[in-house]
Design a protein around this ligand. Structure first.
Ligand SMILES: Nc1nc2c(ncn2[C@@H]2O[C@H](COP(=O)(O)OP(=O)(O)OP(=O)(O)O)[C@@H](O)[C@H]2O)c(=O)[nH]1
Ligand SMILES: [Mg+2]
Length: 301
């Protein structure tokens, strides 16, 4: 019955900022995950499906593995570590320009638990910023610590190596029926997509602790025929942070709202009226109850 159709799950694992989400977007050919030049941008597991003629690859983007400070960070690392379990192939993404850091060794410690059970492909990303020789040096270092099945140099920016990466994944993917319908790209609800776009603008427009202390929740999406009305709350940890997000004469909040609205209008193909409110939720990154309210919780295994 099976005509060699392949289907399976592939996770993107690595330390923060190496380009996991950028690679996902480049492979899928659409923005499914937000990106920024700051570490710890991704906080949740992001599923996206690549539909090919004779295969379905289900990618799972994960938060970067790091040394956690707050409960939020512990949650993020746990999301990434859990994503190793159900996978058919694991992509260990490193930054070929920056080389290996302490956090990469932390990632490798986690990968050691599955190295004999699951094939790991080393992805040497940001190859547009460095040389193949440098990438080879990193590959040797990784291979001396970890059992890797294969490796590939990529650039999420130029697209170099992405075809090769897909080929290598297909070689390792099991045969099976598709898991998702042909038109499904991601399982993220619209309210999550909208909240993430707003969070991305905050990540890109603010600095220091602000992006890390911020969470976004979409309260209401109402289709009024020719316009989509969206109400969203931006949560911060302190009153002083609320002041910074709002900015002088409300300028920062306006900037955040405007760039989020422009992108959302493109993505959702509708005119949008975006209402943003800033609220203080004291130390939300450290409280289980607050994390749960903001959507950062894992189901019991
Ligand atoms: N030049 C270059 N820049 C890249 C490449 N891939 C990603 N970047 C940049 O690297 C930064 C981090 O990218 P992300 O995709 O957010 O990285 P991430 O691994 O998902 O990060 P976290 O979500 O924080 O774990 C962004 O500024 C990207 O534009 C690449 O191949 N080449
Ligand atoms: Mg990311």
């Amino acid at each position: 019955m099976d005509s060699g159709y392949k289907a399976g799950f592939v996770s993107l694992i690595g330390r923060p900022n190496v380009g996991k989400s950028s690679l996902l977007n480049a492979i899928i050919g659409r923005k499914v995950a937000i990106i920024s030049d700051k570490p710890q941008t991704t906080r949740n597991r992001i599923l996206a499906v690549k539909h090919l003629k004779n295969a379905q690859i289900i990618f799972i983007d994960t938060p970067g593995i790091h040394f956690p400070k707050h409960k939020l960070n512990k949650y993020m690392v746990e999301v990434a570590v859990r994503a190793l379990k159900e996978m058919d192939v694991v992509l260990f993404v490193v930054d070929a320009k920056e080389g290996l850091t302490e956090e990469d060794y932390l990632v490798m410690e986690n990968l050691k638990e599955i190295e004999d059970k699951k094939p790991i492909i080393l992805v040497l990303n940001k190859i547009d910023l460095t040389t193949k020789q440098e990438a080879e040096r990193i590959e040797k270092e990784v291979a001396s610590h970890l059992n890797i099945k294969d490796s590939v140099c990529t650039s999420a920016v130029t697209g170099e190596g992405l075809g090769e990466l897909i080929e290598k994944i297909l070689e390792l993917l099991p045969e099976g029926m598709p898991f998702y319908p042909e038109d499904m790209i991601t399982d993220q609800p619209e309210s999550f997509v909208i909240a993430e776009i707003i969070r991305e603008k905050i990540f890109n427009l603010t600095r220091q602790e602000i992006p890390y202390s911020t969470a976004v929740v979409v309260e209401r999406i109402e289709d009024k025929g020719n316009i989509l009305v969206i109400d969203a709350y931006i949560f911060v940890e302190k009153k002083s942070q609320k002041g910074i997000i709002i900015g002088k004469d409300g300028k920062m909040l306006k900037k955040i709202g405007q760039s989020a609205r422009e992108e959302l209008e493109r993505i959702l193909g509708s005119k949008i009226y975006l209402n943003l409110w800033v609220k203080v939720k004291e130390k939300w990154r450290q409280k289980d109850g607050s994390l749960r309210e903001l959507g950062y919780y894992l189901k019991k295994e």
